[in-house]
Design a protein around this ligand. Structure first.
Ligand code: DC
Length: 236
């Protein structure tokens, strides 16, 4: 499919709902850029963790804020699988940021106003020319409030935990299903109740509950909606 006008597609929703899977598939189909903004927050959390500014009991937000300029983030496409991977100060940290440890800290980091301003401004630059599918928690509400297409994704927390468990158990068998469910419920609560850009469903976003949908069914549903909108917007 090729259309001249490239639009912006915002995908927000709860943790481990398959937002990135959907975003990736849409970007591939449309030949758009895919940006996983969660990876950016995770990379900042990893930076703070490696500096020992965050642990289970404390967070040195002041040190992190003072050093935000030292953090350089960018994505590079992995030539082996065609997927974008995140680099923190020129080091590929794609697998490090997915650990349960970082998952447990990241919502605290994402609630810091200064961290959000830095990342939101970088995300806006990436999407300046449209042709982007970006997923996160505040894409349709804050980063691109004028995005032509907005999705809000949700699913039953138990089903989400089971999916994530299956995914993680191939690489890290020590994590239990209960730990995963606890982490995602906690993150949803923190992300939805924080002061700075909480996770909200904007009025103009399309709600998709994918509890009973396969990855392909969700993709087909979303693509139909995107195509309908593209026709309307671009007279394609
Ligand atoms: O999508 P994810 O689970 O990788 O995101 C990691 C954390 O980052 C999540 O707990 C919420 C936060 N986040 C955010 O606050 N805003 C975004 N745009 C993306 C992620």
């Amino acid at each position: 499919m090729s259309v001249s006008k490239k639009i912006t597609i915002a995908i927000d929703g709860y943790s481990s709902c398959g937002k990135s899977t959907l975003a990736k598939a849409l970007a591939k189909q449309l030949n758009y850029i895919f940006i996983d903004t969660g990876a950016m927050y995770r990379a900042v959390a990893l930076y703070a963790f490696e500096k020992k500014w965050i642990n289970e009991n404390s967070l040195n937000a002041i040190a992190l804020i003072e050093n935000l300029n030292e953090i350089e983030l960018h994505f590079e496409i992995n030539p082996n699988n065609g997927k974008p991977e995140i680099f923190l100060n020129h080091k590929n940290v794609e697998s490090k940021i997915r650990s349960l440890e970082i998952s447990n800290f990241v919502s605290k980091i994402a609630s810091i106003k200064e961290v959000r301003s830095k990342l939101v401004s970088e995300q806006r630059k990436m999407g300046l020319n449209g042709g982007i599918v970006m997923d996160g928690r505040d894409i349709g509400s804050v980063v691109f409030p004028n995005a032509e297409v907005k999705f809000f994704i949700t699913a039953d927390p138990k089903i989400r935990a089971e999916r994530r468990f299956k995914e993680l158990s191939t690489s890290n068998s020590k994590i239990t299903l209960l730990e995963i469910e606890k982490n995602l419920v906690e993150r949803d609560l923190l992300d939805s109740t924080r002061e700075e850009s909480p996770l909200v469903k904007t009025e103009d976003s399309i709600l998709i509950d994918n509890s009973l949908l396969t990855v392909d069914e969700q993709f087909e549903l979303a693509l139909r909606y995107v195509c309908k909108n593209l026709k309307k917007i671009t007279n394609f």
